[in-house]
Structures are given as C-alpha cells and as structure tokens.
Design a protein around this ligand. Structure first.
Ligand SMILES: Nc1ncnc2c1ncn2[C@@H]1O[C@H](COP(=O)(O)OP(=O)(O)O)[C@@H](O)[C@H]1O
Ligand SMILES: [Mg+2]
Length: 441
C-alpha cells in the first residue's frame, strides 16, 4: 500500500503539502503548451528556434528523433505556444497555435485518423473566437460542435472545452446516426474549416504532435502507417504535425520515397546537458513551492545525480525522484533534515537496485552482456552481436531475452534495419547498473 497522505492535527495532508509544494514537483508529464511550460523549459533555446523556423518557413511536417524522456513532446508544446505568443505580441505575422491533444500511432489507421481529426476539430473550436477576433475568416462551428458532442465518435471529455467556445453543446446520442452524419462528412467539415481559416502556410496553422512513433516497433510498420495517412492526416490544410520518435525510427521513416516532400529531415534532440539540469529542477521547485522554506525531497544536486544514473533520461529521473519521495513518506523520514536527504537518496537507490537485481535470476554470461551494454552507453543494434562477443545474432538473442524478462533491457528486432539501435537499457536497468558499478569498485 502506498500512503500518499497523513493526518496532521486532524487534517489530511498530501505528501507534497507536507514538504511545502502545491503539487508533485517531479511530475513526469510533458511540459504543456502554456505559460507554465514556457517558464519551465530549460536548455532548449537553439532547438526551439530551429523548430519554429521549420514550422514557419517550410512546407514539410517537422520530425524529431531523440531518446525517450529527452524532451521531444515538451519541445513541440513550448515551441507552438511561444510561436502563438510571438504572433500576439506582433513580433511575427504568421500565426501558429498548439493543438493540446497529443496523438499516437499505436491504434489502427482508422482509429489514428479519427483521433487526429478530433484533436484538430477540438483545437479549432477552442480557438475559433480568438481567430475571428484576430481577423481570420472562420466557419460557423455549430456543425462541428455537434460532431464533437456526439458520443459515438467521441468518448467524452469534450464538454468543458466546447462549452468554453460559446455555450453548452447538446450531446444527443443520435447525433451521428439519425441525421446522416458520416465519418467522411466529419472529415470534410474539419478540412473546410481549416482551409477557410488557413488558406496558405503564410496565414498560419495549428501545430500538433504525432508522438512515440517507435511504439510501432519496426520501420516498415511505421513507414506503412504514415504512408497510409499521407493523403488524409498529413495533407490537412492548416495543420503542421511534428512527428516524434526514438530508437532511430524517425530516421528510418524519413527515407521513404512516398513520404519525401511531406516530412522533414529529423531534428536530432540530444539530452539536456548535465550542467543545465540543476536549474531545470530549481525552476520547478520554485514554481510549486508554497512557503519560504520548502523542503524538497530531492534538491537540484540530488536530481543531477539521478540524471547521471539514469543516463540522461529526464522522465526516468523525475520518476525516481517521485518514487523516492513516496518512500521517504512510507519510512516516516520526510521531515529528516535536508543534510540527511542525500544519504537517504543513496540508500533508496541501493535498496531499489538490489530489489531489481534479486528479481532477475540471471547467469553470469547474461550479467556480463548487461555490463557490456551499459558500458557501451546503454544502446545497441541487433547487428552488433560480434562486438558483444557472440558469433551469431541468434546466440546473443537468448541472453537478450533473459535480460528483457528481467526488465533490464528493452529489445526489438527490426528485420529491415538491423543497424537500428533498438536494444536499450531500461530505467530499472540503469539503477541496477549503477549499483553493480558500486559493488565492482
Ligand atoms: N527542456 C526541458 N526543461 C525542463 N523540463 C523538461 C525539458 N524537457 C523535458 N522536460 C521534462 O522531462 C520529462 C520528459 O519530457 P518529454 O517531453 O515527455 O520527453 P519525450 O517526449 O522525449 O519522451 C517531462 O517531465 C518534461 O516535463
Ligand atoms: Mg513524448
């Protein structure tokens, strides 16, 4: 049982409240396209500029290749938000507006298309008043609102956002059955709205994220899926998608001749540099503190340590920081003095790593392969077997499977591209690697 709150003077206090924060300062959610996200982003000035330039000056959908947890989704959100601000502040003639829903390509093509059109339709409804005010030609949205309110194609949650745009929307169950609505009708409607408001790139566009393309696993799957939506989702007027992926999948997809001219060469997103990381945490802690002397379970230095251990993965570092805070609470050590917190963090790492190791009944050969992978930086391609001391890929495969079952690595074989670095150390794996290195020293 995880205990997230306790009784203080008869009042229940959430963990974060006790230490002086209004909310979890270590949340793993991507930065949002709003003022807060823009305030919290650190170390991405160059990348933000680059992405904004691509969005404004090219006709292709930009792409970002970068490790999981390196900040791709956050980068797109903040770039789109800042681009909108620059338009409002009259620093730019061209309007870009973030689409707040993040969509992924995991479902089938039909499902993906539907979620994409929906995300765009919602963004249109949320912004139509502003657009009209700014002098854009807009479309009467009552039809669109009916669609968004229709439970058949939208599972709920649209109420609040739609209500914000001019009153409540009646959500009749029959909205798209009895009245001759078709999916094609909805798509045409979305397309018409966009084409009217943003007839050319110079007028502007909505900016959305197509996230985690690596979930499709193989480059062939990803390419096929994107080719299948080339003439629908990727051809919508007034929408710029930023395609994000890890493990080399974006680089692979970009090579498809059928997509050339539609998607841009990938921006290679490197991890936020180590020296920027303390500031990144300082901003979050400052943003959420509720009293002058908050007592962060993990301070900026402690976080920088977690960042190193987790091989520069921001999401995993935040997850560790959060797990550690919960552990402190469970151990009744939340109020230990700040000077003790660092030693406690080290204790938590050791305890957690030991648990993960014990849960992995591995043979010596498998441990030694694991050590080699972490020494090599934590990623490898299936085709690298010789460099890791195996005669065949098959021989290595067996050991990789054991490591994968132990949740120390994540492994995919891309038949088409055996050079893709699809084998990578997991979050647990990095904790274990740190622990092993300490034991070996
Ligand atoms: N440049 C940044 N500055 C501050 N926080 C960031 C930055 N980039 C990412 N984050 C945070 O790191 C975590 C992972 O970011 P995310 O954008 O989800 O990564 P990705 O999409 O590459 O997996 C999130 O909690 C996010 O808030
Ligand atoms: Mg992401």
């Amino acid at each position: 049982m995880i205990k997230l709150s306790r009784e203080v003077g008869g009042q229940r206090m959430a963990l974060w409240d006790q230490v002086g924060y209004s909310t979890n300062p270590y949340t793993v959610n991507p930065l949002a396209p709003n003022a807060e996200g823009s305030e919290l982003i650190v170390g991405r000035d160059k990348e933000l500029r680059r992405l904004m330039t691509q969005l404004r000056s090219t006709d292709t959908h930009p792409t970002i290749e970068g490790d999981n947890g390196s900040g791709k989704t956050s980068l797109v959100a903040v770039a789109a938000y800042r681009a909108e601000r620059e338009y409002i502040e009259k620093k730019e003639d061209q309007l870009l507006i973030p689409i707040s829903d993040i969509i992924q390509m995991t479902a089938g093509v039909g499902e993906f298309e539907r979620s994409a059109y929906f995300a765009v339709a919602k963004a249109y409804l949320r912004n139509v008043e502003k657009l009209t005010e700014w002098g854009f030609v807009t479309v009467d949205t009552s039809e669109l609102e009916k669609w968004i309110g229709a439970p058949f194609i939208y599972g709920g949650g649209a109420g609040a956002s739609v209500a914000g745009v001019g009153g409540s929307v009646s959500r009749t169950a029959a909205a798209n059955t009895g009245q001759g609505f078709t999916d094609a009708g909805f798509r045409q409607l979305v397309k018409d709205c966009l084409g009217t408001t943003f007839p050319t790139r110079e007028h502007g566009a909505f900016v959305g994220v197509i996230d985690n393309i690596e979930l499709l696993r193989t480059s062939a799957d990803a390419r096929q899926a994107l080719e299948a939506v080339r003439d629908t989702v990727l051809s919508l007027p007034g929408v710029r998608w930023v395609l994000c992926g890890a493990k080399g999948i974006v680089r692979s997809v970009v090579s498809s001749p059928r997509l050339s001219g539609r998607i841009g060469r990938p921006i290679d997103l490197k991890p936020v540099p180590d020296e920027e990381v303390p500031e990144l945490v300082r901003r979050r802690l400052a943003r959420y503190s509720t009293r002058p002397d908050p007592d962060a379970p993990v301070d900026p230095d402690g976080f920088a340590h977690l960042y190193k251990i987790s091989n520069a993965n921001l999401r995993n570092s935040f997850k560790h920081a959060q797990d550690f805070a919960v552990w402190l609470d469970e151990e009744d050590k939340l109020s230990e003095p700040p000077s003790q917190k660092r030693a406690l963090l080290e204790e938590w790492i050791d305890v957690t790593a030991a648990e993960h190791s014990a849960a992995a009944p591995l043979q010596q050969g498998q441990w030694s392969l694991f050590d080699k992978i972490t020494d090599a930086g934590g990623t490898m391609a299936p085709g690298d077997f010789e460099a890791f001391g195996f005669n065949t890929q098959q021989a290595m495969r067996f050991h990789l499977q054991r490591l994968e079952e132990a949740n120390l690595i994540d492994s995919v074989i891309d038949e088409e591209d055996q050079r893709r670095k699809t084998i990578s150390v997991t979050s647990n794996g990095w904790l274990v690697a740190y622990h092993r290195a300490k034991l070996r020293a």
